[in-house]
Design a protein around this ligand. Structure first.
Ligand code: DX5
Ligand code: ZN
Length: 219
């Protein structure tokens, strides 16, 4: 079976203490650090870009799972590589209408990073099928991208199931609204890579316990 990969979303951390919060999550058993890059164009929110990732790289050895919610991901690949990103996830909605999805996948791989495609809630999962064999994982959004703290969309589970049945060995990531009350739905559908922001960073939470609970649910 596929191993669980738990990815705290730094969107819910204290941006003034990114390094501290990142390393704390790794100590609590996190596998990857999920970095939400928003451009206030593809999504109605603005977060951080390659310069901050580059600063953070000096303070942690964590795996940087960079989720690019941006309109022109192809313009940022080199900067993210130079900043120390390990993987780049981009939205198929940002490239497929322009016919450059394949080009961007190739660009990320040639830069020496892992690559993933992401689908927003309204995008059919079938759209990623032509590319899956070249991807390191696929991200299925379980909220509309843009903000942390939203409710998990269980209507997305059929997409996870469809992808899982076609690709038994693929790492499938879900992002949005994952917490102890929704993890089982995601795990049963076949997701094994779990992003969680508020569930891990909320005060009075024990992230170590929650990460363990997530891992047990997937196993
Ligand atoms: C939303 C981001 C998510 C978000 C998840 O656009 O992609 O990574 O931070 O936050 P929670 O876990 O609070 O839904
Ligand atoms: Zn994300």
């Amino acid at each position: 079976s596929l191993k669980p990969i738990i990815c705290p979303s730094l969107l819910s951390s204290d941006f003034a203490f990114l390094a501290r919060d990142s390393n704390y999550m790794l100590e609590c058993g996190a596998d990857w650090l999920h970095i939400d890059v928003m451009d206030n164009h593809f999504v109605p929110n603005l977060t951080l870009g390659a310069p901050i990732v580059k600063s953070l790289r000096k303070h942690t050895k964590g795996y940087f799972d960079c989720h690019l919610m941006v309109t022109n991901p192809e313009t940022m690949i080199e900067d993210f590589k130079n900043a120390g990103a390990n993987s780049i996830t981009f939205h198929i909605e940002a490239t497929e209408p322009r016919g450059i999805t394949q080009k961007v996948i190739t660009q990320i791989k040639e830069a020496g990073m892992k690559v993933a495609l992401c689908v927003k809630p309204k995008t059919p999962i079938e759209e990623v099928f032509p590319y899956v064999d070249q991807l390191d994982f696929v991200l299925i959004m379980t909220v509309e991208p843009g903000f942390g703290g939203q409710s998990f969309m269980k209507d997305m589970m059929p997409k996870v199931k469809t992808l899982r049945s076609k690709y038994p060995n693929l790492n499938i990531q879900v992002d949005g609204g994952l917490d102890p009350s929704t993890i089982d739905m995601a795990a049963e559908a076949g997701a094994n890579v779990i992003v969680a922001g508020s569930a891990l960073f909320k005060p009075n939470q024990d992230p170590k316990e929650t990460i363990k609970l997530f891992k047990d649910s997937i196993n």
